[in-house]
Ligand binder design. Structure first.
Ligand SMILES: [Fe+2]
Ligand SMILES: [Fe+2]
Length: 304
C-alpha cells in the first residue's frame, strides 16, 4: 500500500479510490515495483470496459430548468465568463467526437480500437450535453445542433476556434492518411486538448458553480470531467507504450504551455498552472522526459 500516496496514483496523480488498480490510467501496484520484479507493465485494456460501465450517464436526464432560470438573473460579468467557456465546449466536444474517428484505424490492437470506440461514445454524449446547455441555458439561436454551434463560435475565443477547427482536424487528417503515428495524435488530443484545454475549463466551471447557481450544468460538467480522466489515462498509457523521442516530448510541452492560455482570463491563472504541472508530473512519473542533462529536460522546473 505504500506505493499509493494518500490514495493518489503515483503515475497519473489523480485521486483514486483505494483498490488494486487506478481507474484513471490503469496502473497497478505492480507498475511501481523495480522492473525486474514486475509481472505486467500495464493493467489490461479490458479493464477500461468496467471503468466506462461504472461512469455511464444520460445527457438528456439532467434537469437544466433551474439553470435556465438562474441564467436570466446572473450578473453580466459572470455570465460573460461562463458563456465563453460553455460556448467553447459546444464547439469543442463536437469536434473531439468527430476527430477521434481515425484513432481506432491507426492501431492494429483491436482491444485498443474498442476502447477508443468507447471513448468516442463518451464524446458524443458530451457534445449532446453541451448542445443542451447551449439551447436551454445560453439560449443560442438555431433549430439544429449545427446551427447552435455556429452561434456558439461567435462567443468563444479565437484560440479555441483555431485549436478545434484547424489544428485538430489537420492532425486527424494526417493520422487518417497514415502520415502521423498514433502517439502524435494522442499527444495533441489526449495530453494537450483533454489534459490541458478541456480539463482547465472544467475546473474553472466547477469552481465558479460551487455556489450551486446552476446545479444541472455543474452536475453535467462533473460527469464529463470524470469521463475525461480515463480518456487522459488512456492517452498516457499509449504514450508510455510508444516512448516518444525527446524531440516529441519537447514539442508536446511547447503545445501544453500555449494551450493553457487558450481560454484567456475565463480560466484563472492558478488553474492553468495546476493543469500544466499535473501534465508534466504525469509524464515525469511515467518515465517520459527524464533527460541526463537537466538543462535540456522540458519537464524541468514543472515537476516538484
Ligand atoms: Fe469530452
Ligand atoms: Fe474526452
Amino acid at each position: 500500500m505504500g506505493e499509493w500516496e494518500s490514495n493518489r496514483c503515483r503515475r497519473c496523480f489523480n485521486i483514486v479510490p483505494d483498490g488494486p488498480k487506478c481507474p484513471i490510467c490503469g496502473a497497478t501496484r505492480d507498475d511501481f515495483l523495480p522492473p525486474s520484479e514486475r509481472h505486467n507493465l500495464f493493467a489490461r485494456l479490458s479493464f477500461y470496459s468496467s471503468v466506462v460501465a461504472s461512469l455511464q450517464w444520460d445527457a438528456q436526464a439532467i434537469d437544466l430548468g433551474p439553470d435556465a432560470r438562474a441564467w436570466q438573473d446572473m450578473p453580466n460579468e459572470r455570465r460573460q465568463r461562463l458563456t465563453r467557456l460553455l460556448a467553447g465546449f459546444c464547439v469543442a466536444e463536437d469536434a473531439v467526437a468527430e476527430h477521434l474517428r481515425p484513432f481506432g484505424d491507426a492501431t492494429d490492437d483491436t482491444l485498443l480500437a474498442w476502447v477508443l470506440f468507447l471513448q468516442r461514445r463518451d464524446e458524443v454524449r458530451h457534445a449532446e450535453f453541451f448542445d443542451r446547455v447551449g439551447a436551454e441555458v445560453l439560449g443560442l439561436a438555431g433549430a439544429s445542433a449545427a446551427e447552435r454551434r455556429a452561434a456558439a463560435r461567435e462567443l468563444t475565443t479565437p484560440a479555441i476556434l483555431d485549436l478545434f477547427e484547424t489544428e485538430l482536424p489537420a492532425m486527424a487528417g494526417e493520422l487518417a492518411a497514415s502520415r502521423l503515428q498514433l502517439e502524435d495524435g494522442v499527444s495533441l488530443y489526449h495530453m494537450v486538448i483533454e489534459g490541458i484545454v478541456l480539463s482547465s475549463a472544467q475546473q474553472a466551471l466547477l469552481e465558479d458553480l460551487e455556489d450551486g447557481a446552476m446545479p444541472g450544468v455543474s452536475d453535467g460538467v462533473h460527469r464529463v470531467s470524470l469521463d475525461e480522466r480515463w480518456h487522459i489515462g488512456l492517452g498516457l498509457r499509449c504514450l508510455i507504450e510508444a516512448q516518444p523521442s525527446p524531440d516529441k516530448i519537447q514539442e508536446l510541452m511547447g503545445k501544453v504551455h500555449e494551450a493553457s492560455e487558450a481560454w484567456g482570463d475565463a480560466v484563472p491563472q492558478p488553474i492553468r498552472d495546476h493543469v500544466t504541472q499535473l501534465t508534466a508530473r504525469r509524464m515525469s512519473v511515467s518515465g517520459l522526459g527524464g533527460y541526463a542533462d537537466p538543462e535540456l529536460d522540458p519537464l524541468q522546473g514543472l515537476v516538484s
